[in-house]
Design a protein around this ligand. Structure first.
Ligand code: ASP
Length: 343
Protein backbone atom coordinates (compact mmCIF):
# COMPACT_ATOMS: atom_id res chain seq x y z
CA UNK A 1 0.00 0.00 0.00
CA UNK A 2 1.35 3.46 -0.84
CA UNK A 3 1.94 5.75 2.07
CA UNK A 4 -0.28 8.82 2.54
CA UNK A 5 1.98 11.87 2.03
CA UNK A 6 2.78 14.00 5.06
CA UNK A 7 2.77 17.72 4.34
CA UNK A 8 4.04 20.50 6.57
CA UNK A 9 2.23 23.81 6.18
CA UNK A 10 4.28 26.77 7.41
CA UNK A 11 2.43 30.04 7.97
CA UNK A 12 4.64 33.11 8.22
CA UNK A 13 1.96 35.79 7.79
CA UNK A 14 0.30 37.78 5.03
CA UNK A 15 -3.25 38.26 3.87
CA UNK A 16 -3.96 34.56 3.40
CA UNK A 17 -4.00 33.97 7.14
CA UNK A 18 -6.48 36.71 7.92
CA UNK A 19 -10.17 36.52 8.72
CA UNK A 20 -12.65 39.33 8.96
CA UNK A 21 -14.03 40.15 12.36
CA UNK A 22 -17.59 40.81 11.21
CA UNK A 23 -18.36 42.88 14.34
CA UNK A 24 -15.55 45.38 13.85
CA UNK A 25 -14.90 44.85 10.10
CA UNK A 26 -11.14 44.58 10.82
CA UNK A 27 -8.83 41.84 9.57
CA UNK A 28 -7.26 39.66 12.23
CA UNK A 29 -4.84 36.74 12.18
CA UNK A 30 -6.43 33.34 11.81
CA UNK A 31 -5.40 30.46 14.04
CA UNK A 32 -4.06 27.74 11.74
CA UNK A 33 -4.82 25.13 14.37
CA UNK A 34 -8.42 25.49 13.22
CA UNK A 35 -7.55 25.18 9.53
CA UNK A 36 -9.70 22.12 8.97
CA UNK A 37 -12.73 23.84 10.56
CA UNK A 38 -12.36 26.80 8.19
CA UNK A 39 -11.60 24.73 5.10
CA UNK A 40 -13.26 21.35 5.59
CA UNK A 41 -12.50 20.57 1.92
CA UNK A 42 -8.90 19.91 3.04
CA UNK A 43 -10.08 16.66 4.63
CA UNK A 44 -10.78 15.33 1.16
CA UNK A 45 -7.13 15.62 0.12
CA UNK A 46 -5.18 12.41 0.13
CA UNK A 47 -2.52 13.60 2.61
CA UNK A 48 -1.87 14.45 6.25
CA UNK A 49 -1.33 18.13 6.94
CA UNK A 50 0.51 19.43 9.98
CA UNK A 51 0.72 23.19 10.51
CA UNK A 52 3.32 25.46 12.08
CA UNK A 53 2.92 29.21 12.40
CA UNK A 54 5.40 31.96 13.09
CA UNK A 55 4.81 33.06 16.68
CA UNK A 56 4.20 36.59 15.43
CA UNK A 57 2.91 36.40 11.84
CA UNK A 58 4.43 39.15 9.71
CA UNK A 59 3.33 41.23 6.76
CA UNK A 60 5.72 40.25 4.00
CA UNK A 61 7.01 43.84 3.83
CA UNK A 62 8.81 43.02 7.07
CA UNK A 63 10.43 39.89 5.62
CA UNK A 64 14.23 39.76 5.93
CA UNK A 65 17.14 37.34 5.82
CA UNK A 66 16.68 36.18 9.43
CA UNK A 67 13.14 35.11 8.60
CA UNK A 68 14.49 33.27 5.51
CA UNK A 69 16.74 31.33 7.89
CA UNK A 70 13.83 30.71 10.25
CA UNK A 71 11.78 29.21 7.38
CA UNK A 72 14.75 27.11 6.27
CA UNK A 73 15.39 25.83 9.78
CA UNK A 74 11.79 24.61 10.04
CA UNK A 75 12.12 22.83 6.68
CA UNK A 76 15.45 21.31 7.68
CA UNK A 77 14.07 20.07 10.99
CA UNK A 78 11.17 18.27 9.30
CA UNK A 79 12.94 17.37 6.05
CA UNK A 80 13.27 13.65 6.67
CA UNK A 81 9.81 13.20 8.19
CA UNK A 82 7.70 15.09 5.69
CA UNK A 83 7.05 14.49 2.01
CA UNK A 84 6.43 18.09 1.02
CA UNK A 85 6.24 21.65 2.32
CA UNK A 86 3.81 24.49 1.70
CA UNK A 87 4.97 27.92 2.83
CA UNK A 88 2.44 30.71 3.24
CA UNK A 89 3.78 34.24 3.06
CA UNK A 90 2.37 37.59 2.02
CA UNK A 91 2.46 37.96 -1.72
CA UNK A 92 4.25 41.33 -1.71
CA UNK A 93 7.74 39.90 -1.25
CA UNK A 94 6.99 36.25 -1.99
CA UNK A 95 9.17 36.20 -5.10
CA UNK A 96 12.19 37.43 -3.10
CA UNK A 97 11.60 34.96 -0.26
CA UNK A 98 10.92 31.94 -2.44
CA UNK A 99 13.90 32.74 -4.69
CA UNK A 100 16.14 32.93 -1.62
CA UNK A 101 14.88 29.58 -0.28
CA UNK A 102 15.54 28.04 -3.72
CA UNK A 103 19.23 28.94 -3.44
CA UNK A 104 19.48 28.03 0.24
CA UNK A 105 18.61 24.36 -0.38
CA UNK A 106 21.04 22.52 -2.58
CA UNK A 107 19.90 19.24 -4.17
CA UNK A 108 16.34 19.57 -2.99
CA UNK A 109 14.49 16.26 -3.32
CA UNK A 110 11.06 17.32 -2.03
CA UNK A 111 8.58 20.02 -3.05
CA UNK A 112 8.58 23.39 -1.32
CA UNK A 113 5.53 25.31 -2.58
CA UNK A 114 4.95 28.96 -1.71
CA UNK A 115 1.49 30.42 -1.89
CA UNK A 116 -0.64 33.22 -0.47
CA UNK A 117 -3.65 35.17 -1.60
CA UNK A 118 -4.98 38.56 -2.55
CA UNK A 119 -8.03 38.25 -0.27
CA UNK A 120 -8.07 36.84 3.26
CA UNK A 121 -9.07 33.24 3.86
CA UNK A 122 -12.20 34.42 5.68
CA UNK A 123 -13.43 36.63 2.83
CA UNK A 124 -16.44 35.49 0.86
CA UNK A 125 -14.70 36.00 -2.51
CA UNK A 126 -11.35 34.72 -1.34
CA UNK A 127 -8.73 33.24 -3.67
CA UNK A 128 -7.04 31.72 -0.60
CA UNK A 129 -8.92 28.44 -0.57
CA UNK A 130 -8.07 27.44 -4.12
CA UNK A 131 -4.46 28.56 -3.76
CA UNK A 132 -4.02 26.67 -0.52
CA UNK A 133 -5.85 23.47 -1.51
CA UNK A 134 -4.02 23.17 -4.84
CA UNK A 135 -0.63 24.07 -3.33
CA UNK A 136 -1.09 21.22 -0.84
CA UNK A 137 -2.20 18.93 -3.64
CA UNK A 138 0.92 19.83 -5.65
CA UNK A 139 3.18 19.28 -2.64
CA UNK A 140 1.68 15.85 -2.12
CA UNK A 141 1.70 14.79 -5.79
CA UNK A 142 3.76 11.67 -6.38
CA UNK A 143 4.69 9.51 -9.32
CA UNK A 144 6.32 6.08 -8.98
CA UNK A 145 6.42 6.75 -5.25
CA UNK A 146 8.57 9.87 -5.69
CA UNK A 147 7.52 13.52 -5.43
CA UNK A 148 6.66 15.05 -8.81
CA UNK A 149 8.13 18.43 -7.83
CA UNK A 150 11.68 18.62 -6.52
CA UNK A 151 12.14 22.38 -6.57
CA UNK A 152 10.84 25.55 -4.96
CA UNK A 153 7.58 26.51 -6.64
CA UNK A 154 5.16 29.41 -6.34
CA UNK A 155 1.49 28.61 -6.85
CA UNK A 156 -1.00 31.39 -7.52
CA UNK A 157 -4.28 31.57 -9.44
CA UNK A 158 -4.17 28.21 -11.20
CA UNK A 159 -0.47 28.31 -12.13
CA UNK A 160 2.59 26.77 -10.58
CA UNK A 161 5.76 28.67 -11.43
CA UNK A 162 9.41 28.02 -10.74
CA UNK A 163 9.65 30.42 -7.78
CA UNK A 164 12.97 31.99 -8.72
CA UNK A 165 11.52 33.02 -12.10
CA UNK A 166 8.59 35.00 -10.70
CA UNK A 167 7.76 38.65 -10.00
CA UNK A 168 4.67 40.15 -8.41
CA UNK A 169 3.10 42.36 -11.06
CA UNK A 170 -0.42 43.08 -9.88
CA UNK A 171 -1.84 44.34 -6.59
CA UNK A 172 -5.45 44.12 -7.71
CA UNK A 173 -6.03 41.01 -9.79
CA UNK A 174 -5.98 37.47 -8.49
CA UNK A 175 -3.35 36.70 -11.12
CA UNK A 176 -0.70 38.58 -9.17
CA UNK A 177 2.46 36.93 -10.48
CA UNK A 178 4.22 36.50 -13.76
CA UNK A 179 7.16 34.47 -14.99
CA UNK A 180 8.01 36.01 -18.34
CA UNK A 181 11.14 34.01 -19.06
CA UNK A 182 10.01 30.54 -18.01
CA UNK A 183 6.60 28.93 -18.62
CA UNK A 184 4.42 27.67 -15.75
CA UNK A 185 5.59 24.23 -14.64
CA UNK A 186 2.05 23.10 -13.86
CA UNK A 187 -1.46 24.37 -14.45
CA UNK A 188 -4.60 23.64 -12.55
CA UNK A 189 -7.69 23.28 -14.71
CA UNK A 190 -10.11 20.41 -14.70
CA UNK A 191 -6.96 18.36 -14.10
CA UNK A 192 -3.74 19.27 -12.40
CA UNK A 193 -1.32 19.12 -15.31
CA UNK A 194 2.44 19.02 -14.74
CA UNK A 195 4.83 20.01 -17.51
CA UNK A 196 7.29 17.24 -16.77
CA UNK A 197 9.86 18.39 -19.32
CA UNK A 198 10.12 21.79 -17.55
CA UNK A 199 10.68 20.48 -14.04
CA UNK A 200 13.99 20.93 -12.25
CA UNK A 201 15.67 17.66 -11.42
CA UNK A 202 18.25 17.38 -8.66
CA UNK A 203 21.22 15.07 -8.90
CA UNK A 204 19.88 12.01 -7.06
CA UNK A 205 23.36 10.97 -6.01
CA UNK A 206 24.08 14.20 -4.17
CA UNK A 207 23.24 15.00 -0.58
CA UNK A 208 20.78 17.78 0.31
CA UNK A 209 22.48 20.80 1.91
CA UNK A 210 20.83 23.64 3.80
CA UNK A 211 22.83 26.84 3.35
CA UNK A 212 22.15 29.49 5.92
CA UNK A 213 24.83 32.11 5.39
CA UNK A 214 23.51 35.10 3.51
CA UNK A 215 25.27 38.41 3.04
CA UNK A 216 22.90 41.31 2.53
CA UNK A 217 25.50 44.04 1.98
CA UNK A 218 24.12 44.59 -1.47
CA UNK A 219 22.15 47.23 -3.33
CA UNK A 220 19.85 47.54 -6.34
CA UNK A 221 20.92 50.46 -8.51
CA UNK A 222 18.15 51.20 -10.97
CA UNK A 223 19.19 53.41 -13.87
CA UNK A 224 16.95 56.13 -15.24
CA UNK A 225 17.66 58.81 -17.82
CA UNK A 226 19.09 61.77 -15.92
CA UNK A 227 20.60 59.83 -13.02
CA UNK A 228 23.37 61.97 -11.56
CA UNK A 229 27.01 61.23 -10.88
CA UNK A 230 26.44 62.14 -7.20
CA UNK A 231 23.77 59.49 -6.78
CA UNK A 232 25.78 56.70 -8.50
CA UNK A 233 28.92 57.71 -6.61
CA UNK A 234 27.15 57.75 -3.24
CA UNK A 235 25.62 54.31 -3.84
CA UNK A 236 28.83 52.68 -5.05
CA UNK A 237 30.68 54.07 -2.04
CA UNK A 238 28.35 52.67 0.62
CA UNK A 239 30.71 51.33 3.32
CA UNK A 240 30.90 47.53 3.31
CA UNK A 241 29.07 47.19 0.00
CA UNK A 242 29.80 43.80 -1.63
CA UNK A 243 27.36 43.43 -4.51
CA UNK A 244 25.32 45.60 -6.89
CA UNK A 245 22.31 44.58 -8.97
CA UNK A 246 22.57 47.13 -11.77
CA UNK A 247 19.13 47.48 -13.36
CA UNK A 248 19.90 48.46 -16.90
CA UNK A 249 17.80 49.18 -19.98
CA UNK A 250 16.60 46.70 -22.61
CA UNK A 251 19.13 43.99 -23.33
CA UNK A 252 21.51 45.22 -20.64
CA UNK A 253 22.35 48.68 -21.91
CA UNK A 254 23.67 51.60 -19.85
CA UNK A 255 25.00 55.14 -20.37
CA UNK A 256 28.41 55.36 -22.00
CA UNK A 257 29.44 58.55 -20.12
CA UNK A 258 33.01 58.40 -18.91
CA UNK A 259 32.07 59.35 -15.32
CA UNK A 260 29.60 56.47 -15.13
CA UNK A 261 31.99 53.84 -16.50
CA UNK A 262 34.81 55.09 -14.29
CA UNK A 263 32.66 54.82 -11.16
CA UNK A 264 31.74 51.24 -12.09
CA UNK A 265 35.38 50.39 -12.77
CA UNK A 266 36.47 51.82 -9.41
CA UNK A 267 33.84 49.76 -7.61
CA UNK A 268 34.85 46.57 -9.45
CA UNK A 269 38.52 47.25 -8.67
CA UNK A 270 37.57 47.50 -4.99
CA UNK A 271 36.16 43.94 -5.19
CA UNK A 272 32.46 44.85 -5.48
CA UNK A 273 30.54 42.44 -7.74
CA UNK A 274 28.26 44.15 -10.25
CA UNK A 275 25.62 42.17 -12.07
CA UNK A 276 23.76 43.54 -15.07
CA UNK A 277 20.02 42.77 -14.90
CA UNK A 278 17.50 44.18 -17.35
CA UNK A 279 14.63 46.40 -16.22
CA UNK A 280 12.47 44.60 -18.80
CA UNK A 281 10.30 41.81 -17.41
CA UNK A 282 10.72 39.71 -20.52
CA UNK A 283 13.97 38.81 -22.28
CA UNK A 284 17.32 39.57 -20.73
CA UNK A 285 20.86 40.85 -20.91
CA UNK A 286 22.87 40.24 -24.07
CA UNK A 287 26.16 42.01 -23.50
CA UNK A 288 27.73 43.32 -26.67
CA UNK A 289 24.55 43.43 -28.71
CA UNK A 290 24.58 47.25 -28.63
CA UNK A 291 27.39 49.72 -28.37
CA UNK A 292 25.88 50.78 -25.02
CA UNK A 293 26.67 47.43 -23.45
CA UNK A 294 30.05 46.79 -25.09
CA UNK A 295 31.59 49.15 -22.53
CA UNK A 296 30.06 47.14 -19.67
CA UNK A 297 31.37 43.95 -21.24
CA UNK A 298 34.84 45.48 -21.35
CA UNK A 299 34.60 46.06 -17.59
CA UNK A 300 33.96 42.33 -17.20
CA UNK A 301 30.65 43.01 -15.55
CA UNK A 302 28.56 39.93 -14.64
CA UNK A 303 25.67 39.20 -17.01
CA UNK A 304 22.43 38.37 -15.23
CA UNK A 305 21.12 36.97 -18.54
CA UNK A 306 17.34 36.58 -18.14
CA UNK A 307 17.28 36.44 -14.32
CA UNK A 308 14.66 38.47 -12.42
CA UNK A 309 15.78 41.24 -10.07
CA UNK A 310 14.26 39.30 -7.15
CA UNK A 311 16.27 36.22 -8.02
CA UNK A 312 19.46 38.21 -8.65
CA UNK A 313 19.14 39.74 -5.16
CA UNK A 314 18.74 36.27 -3.64
CA UNK A 315 21.59 34.75 -5.67
CA UNK A 316 23.94 37.59 -4.79
CA UNK A 317 23.18 37.27 -1.05
CA UNK A 318 23.63 33.51 -1.27
CA UNK A 319 26.88 33.54 -3.27
CA UNK A 320 28.42 36.25 -1.09
CA UNK A 321 27.44 34.26 2.00
CA UNK A 322 29.09 31.17 0.58
CA UNK A 323 32.33 33.13 0.11
CA UNK A 324 32.81 32.07 -3.51
CA UNK A 325 36.36 32.88 -4.64
CA UNK A 326 36.52 36.09 -6.67
CA UNK A 327 38.05 34.36 -9.72
CA UNK A 328 35.02 32.03 -9.93
CA UNK A 329 32.27 34.46 -8.94
CA UNK A 330 31.34 35.69 -12.43
CA UNK A 331 31.43 32.21 -13.92
CA UNK A 332 29.18 30.76 -11.23
CA UNK A 333 26.77 33.71 -11.24
CA UNK A 334 26.29 33.34 -14.99
CA UNK A 335 25.47 29.64 -14.59
CA UNK A 336 22.05 28.30 -13.70
CA UNK A 337 22.23 26.94 -10.15
CA UNK A 338 18.51 26.29 -9.57
CA UNK A 339 17.04 26.95 -12.99
CA UNK A 340 16.88 30.69 -12.31
CA UNK A 341 18.34 31.74 -15.66
CA UNK A 342 18.61 30.41 -19.20
CA UNK A 343 22.16 29.60 -20.17
N1 ASP B 1 0.67 42.99 2.37
C1 ASP B 1 0.43 41.58 2.30
C2 ASP B 1 1.77 40.88 2.48
O1 ASP B 1 2.52 40.77 1.53
C3 ASP B 1 -0.20 41.24 1.00
C4 ASP B 1 -0.45 39.77 0.80
O2 ASP B 1 -0.40 38.97 1.71
O3 ASP B 1 -0.71 39.39 -0.34
O4 ASP B 1 2.07 40.42 3.56
Amino acid sequence: MTKIPDILLIYTGGTIGMVKDYDSGALKAFDFEYLFDKIPELKQLHCNVETISFEEPIDSSNMNTSYYIQILEIIEKYYNNKDGFVVLTGSDTMSYTSSAISFMVENLTKPIIFTGSQLPIGDLRTDAKENLITAIQIASSRQNDRPVITEVGLYFEYKLYRANRTSKINAEQFEAFTSSNYPPIAESGVHLKFEHHLLFRPDKNKKTFFRKKLNNNIVILKLFPGITKEVVKAILNIPGLRGVILETYGSGNAPTSTWFLLLLKKAIDKGIYIVDVSQCVGGGVLLGQYDTSIKLQALNIISGKDITVESAVAKMMYMLGENIASENFKLIFEKSLRGELSE
